[in-house]
Design a protein around this ligand. Structure first.
Ligand SMILES: [Zn+2]
Length: 317
């Protein structure tokens, strides 16, 4: 991406209007967006930080290309913040996750907010990418457009459900491992990408949240009950089962998935500093597969590459 594009990204983000404008209540400052945290800083990022700093890609920043697409340290106040909502809606939509609230798997509203957060930030990013239609080939553009349209539809469903306070509409598979977690991940996508089982294109949007919680690693796989393909629902259930029957295989899979698909992944700087160079280079190899894809063939080759590569960082241990 050339430097002009980074200026454009910044401009588009700044001009974004709150995605909840005219919903639930009136926006702050007529819909002007604030810098919203993808991951709550005090409640979650703090857990993996060192002197309030974490490692992220910060890929919408022009330094990202200059840094050779490598991780960089950011203060938790500034790590992974995007203009998506006005501050009033941001407070309202994630009030169960923020404000010092503990993770509570019995709290349906909190689980709903985790699912929605992963979905809405992915949607906002896809929407942003839609402004850059000359970067990839036509066929990939068409897939991108269909993808955006589908995510928009799902986003609108979430928005409607929030308006009627229907938290039961989100189903969450909760996986807890008695292990330490050195990263935090929050994104939304298709899990069935062929690195564990068959590759299958699907319009289902699964929200994935991975974070450390006390002495455990928590993995949340969530989706809208009425808007998920049966095969994807089954896949989430199978993954949950795999976590108990073959924990090692499950961890290998979920770590790889997070590194390959979540470019907003946040890592513990202390842990990273202890990793050797070979482990770091395989991490980058996996993390760089998909951001570099410019056409459909590369995408499929990327999946094959992902299947072959072995991530050597024990991010969950
Ligand atoms: Zn608003």
């Amino acid at each position: 991406m050339n430097m002009d594009n980074y200026t454009r990204i910044k401009k588009i983000r700044q001009q974004n209007i709150c995605l909840f404008k005219d919903y639930s209540f009136n926006c702050e400052e007529n819909g002007k967006t604030a810098k919203n945290h993808l991951i709550s800083k005090a409640n979650y990022l703090k857990r993996i930080s060192n002197q309030d700093r974490v490692l992220v890609f910060d890929f919408e920043n022009r330094d990202y290309s200059k840094r050779n697409r490598e991780l960089t340290e950011r203060n938790i106040k500034k790590a992974n913040t995007f203009n998506v909502f006005c501050s009033k809606h941001d407070d309202y939509l994630f009030n169960e996750i923020e404000n010092g609230n503990k993770f509570d798997e019995t709290n349906k509203k909190q689980l709903f907010q985790f699912a929605f957060r992963a979905l809405v930030f992915s949607y906002s990013e896809q929407d942003l990418k839609d402004n850059f239609d000359k970067i990839v080939t036509n066929s990939l553009n068409k897939i991108g457009e269909a993808h955006l349209h589908n995510t928009e539809k799902i986003f609108k469903k979430y928005r409607f459900l929030i308006e009627i306070n229907n938290w039961d509409s989100v189903e969450t598979e909760i996986i807890k491992l008695n292990k330490k977690c050195e990263f935090i991940s929050c994104w939304s996508g298709n899990l069935n990408i062929g690195i564990n089982g068959l590759f299958r294109l699907s319009p289902s949007k699964i929200s994935i949240n991975i974070f450390p919680n006390e002495n455990e690693t928590v993995i949340l796989l969530s989706y809208l009950k009425d808007d998920v393909f049966f095969a994807d629902k089954l896949f989430c259930q199978r993954l949950k089962k795999l976590a108990t029957t073959n924990e090692k295989k499950f961890i290998t899979y979920i770590e790889k998935l997070a590194v390959a698909f979540d470019h907003n992944i946040a890592l513990s700087p202390v842990y990273w500093s202890k990793c050797d160079e070979i482990s770091k280079s395989t991490f980058y190899e996996i993390a760089h597969i998909f951001p570099k894809v410019k056409n459909l063939k590369d995408g499929l080759l990327g999946i094959l590459k992902l299947k072959k590569l072995k991530l050597k960082l024990n991010l969950i241990h």
